[in-house]
Design a protein around this ligand. Structure first.
Ligand SMILES: N[C@@H](CCC(=O)N[C@@H](CS)C(=O)NCC(=O)O)C(=O)O
Length: 217
């Protein structure tokens, strides 16, 4: 069944891989499934045709036969459940890996987005200076805990799983500012994720779109 995802026609990050189609591409690369990409402008994302697929008018979406999905957590979980390679076979280990996926989008990603918004869009507000320490405190707390839990392990629960894929994907947003380097083991974890050949292919594919150059090799 052919798989089609949607992505930005021009990503605001210029190809740093921070747009959320990258995590879906990465999951598909990990499980070895080919996919097509439909590129959308910001305008097209708010048109009825796309709102039918994505109620909030965002990217990415995922279409496979009769199935249409939105929300990267749900999309990556679907890929991980349908194709081998991203979830352990043992039921309990599988449930733990899924718990890490939820932790990524529900516990770790929100304060990262808040931090990003504070830095990018709230700098000119009169209250920005006063608020930033609160935002940073809310961000450091879950990262401290995550760093303590990961310790010197390569991945969160034994072998690499969809939980790591989602966690690394959300942590990537802390790379451009250098903030991730406050947590050396998380920075190393991020680098391990980025070094995976499947991530490299996913990154190259989105970069090619944003720079207009076909991926080499
Ligand atoms: N929680 C959603 C977030 C989706 C999202 O924020 N997508 C961004 C791109 S990374 C988007 O489409 N932004 C444009 C907009 O909201 O108009 C998910 O994980 O899929």
């Amino acid at each position: 069944m052919p798989i089609t995802i949607t992505a930005f026609e021009r990503s605001p990050d210029g190809g740093k891989g921070l747009a959320r189609d990258t995590r879906v591409r990465w999951a598909l690369e990990e499980v070895g499934q080919p996919y097509e990409v439909r590129l959308l402008s910001f305008g097209a994302m708010k048109e009825p045709a796309h709102l039918e697929l994505h109620p909030f008018g965002q990217i990415p979406t995922y279409e496979e036969g009769d199935l249409a999905l939105f929300e990267t957590g749900a999309i990556v979980l679907h890929i991980a459940q349908r194709y081998a390679g991203l979830l352990p076979a043992d039921d309990n280990a599988r449930a733990r890996a899924i718990a890490w996926m939820f932790a990524a989008v529900n516990t770790v990603e929100p304060p990262i987005l808040e931090f990003q918004n504070a830095k990018l869009f709230e700098r000119d507000k009169s209250w920005s200076e006063e608020r930033l320490p609160l935002v940073l405190d809310r961000l450091r707390k879950p990262l401290d805990r995550l760093a303590a839990r990961l310790g010197s392990a390569d991945w969160l629960e034994g072998a690499f799983s969809a939980g790591d894929l989602m966690m690394v994907s959300v942590l990537l947003r802390l790379k451009p500012s250098g903030f991730i380097n406050e947590f050396p083991n998380l920075a190393a974890y991020l680098a391990r994720g980025e070094a995976r050949p499947a991530y490299q292919r996913a990154f190259a594919a989105q970069l090619a779109i944003n720079t207009g150059t076909p991926p080499s090799g």
